[in-house]
Ligand binder design. Structure first.
Ligand code: EZ4
Ligand code: CO
Length: 405
């Protein structure tokens, strides 16, 4: 079976997605997700201009060889644009292989290791009251694990809280030619967050798993202090407590706190983990199928992590399409060292374009039994939602210095 064509569609049913459609000479169609929030068109060009012509005529079954061909063959390795492009090709080829076998993808990855996939939802609010309402809403949806983000007094809208007045639902990218600008002050954050955890714990009890994402904003010693101050409320994890490039920072954090740590959503290669995993500096690997070279790339990372006691916790925001989420769910089903799956929940118009075979109920996912990934892409529907320029926010300290977001 040969690849006949590889086409890219960029659409925006509420937010932007980059989808690769690979068609074979036997009429099978596989799809992959190449969405890179705020840089979507760069990946689309990489695929259309430089990858699609190479794929035409190749053996559709040669998944590993195609991965190596695109990774080694480009000479320029790694990086978010390259690895998102490779991911889309890899996932589309796995989709085709599993459809050809007549099996859901997880069967080709080793079959079921568990009955269901536990997920955590997102709760957020401008203050503790609004946050509590949001937590309650997630519990009513069945979630037993919730990420809590809250406005910090004096900081204005910040991470996890919409910058768009009146918009309660948090979407981490805003439509427009430039990013919105937010303000960050670590002192007020560190003073406020322990009280938030204490209040949410006391309102919702000991059994609800609470997660929190720091989004790369603290220095190593600030992160250590945060971890220590939250220990009495036993968080499930703290995510991205420091900038992800400086992996030694987590040594400092580890020396001072037993709070579990998660990192990796901005990484794109197993090479990014060469220090974090062998030194056992994290407990959860947050990489996404879409951003780390597809099923082939992520499986390699997760098996490496498993040696060092790190569990999988695949990134699952709304800026990864249902195709990327479906691929994650097949891995979650088959991978032995599964931790938890993030589920930020796509809404309405997304499902006009993506018909999904997976299902969420009572806090857990099922990957679905359709052959392949189980997601169908409707090109006509996609054409009704053209690309709109949209960017993640930027973050500044009170004096105007650009800070990490
Ligand atoms: O900010 O996906 O854990 N989830 C997150 C996300 C990220 C966005 C970046 O595109 O941190 O909300
Ligand atoms: Co995150």
């Amino acid at each position: 079976m040969r690849i006949q064509s590889a086409e890219v569609v960029v659409c925006s049913p509420g937010r932007n997605f980059v989808t690769l459609i690979v068609t074979t000479d036997e009429g099978l169609v596989g799809i992959g997700d190449a969405t890179l929030n705020g840089r979507e068109l760069a990946v689309a060009s990489y695929l259309t201009d430089h990858v699609a012509p190479l794929l035409e005529g190749r053996d559709a079954a040669a998944v590993e060889d195609t991965w190596q061909y695109l990774y080694r063959g480009a000479y320029w390795r790694r990086g978010p644009v390259t690895m998102a492009a490779i991911a889309a090709v890899d996932v589309a080829l796995w989709d085709i292989k599993a459809q050809a076998a007549g099996m859901p993808l997880y069967q080709l990855l080793g079959g079921r290791s568990r009955d269901s996939i536990r997920a955590y939802g997102h709760a957020h609010g401008r203050d503790i009251e609004e946050l509590s309402d949001s937590v309650q809403a997630r519990i009513e949806q069945g979630f037993g694990a919730v990420r809590i983000q809250v406005g910090i007094p004096g900081n204005g809208p910040g991470y996890g809280i919409s910058s768009v007045e009146g918009a309660h639902d948090y979407e981490p990218a805003s439509v427009g030619l430039r990013p919105v600008e937010e303000v960050w002050d670590a002192g007020s954050y560190l003073r406020h967050i322990p009280a938030v955890f204490e209040e949410v714990r006391s309102r919702f009890g000991a059994e609800l798993d609470l997660l929190h994402d720091v989004h790369h904003r603290l220095s190593p010693i600030e992160a250590a202090r945060l971890g220590r101050s939250l220990e009495p409320f036993h968080p499930f994890w703290l995510e991205d407590v420091t900038v992800a490039e400086n992996q030694r920072a987590l040594r400092t954090v580890r020396e001072h706190t037993v709070v579990p740590l998660a990192m990796g959503e901005t990484y794109n290669s197993i090479v990014d983990y060469l220090q974090l995993l062998p030194e056992q500096l994290i407990d959860y690997v947050r990489s996404a199928v879409t951003h780390s070279g597809g099923v082939t790339g992520l499986k390699r990372i997760l098996e490496f992590g498993a040696i060092y006691g790190a569990k999988s916790a695949t990134h699952g925001p709304t800026d990864i399409s249902p195709v990327g989420l479906a691929a994650a769910l097949h891995i979650d089903t088959a991978h032995h060292d599964f931790g938890i799956q993030e589920y930020m929940q796509h809404t309405g118009p997304v499902f006009d374009v993506f018909d999904v075979g997976y299902a969420f109920a009572d806090g857990v996912f099922q990957p679905g039994e359709r052959p392949g990934l189980g997601v169908r892409f409707d090109r006509e529907a996609a054409a009704r939602y053209p690309y709109r320029q949209a960017y993640l926010p930027v973050n500044r300290l009170r004096d105007g210095t650009l800070h990490d977001w």
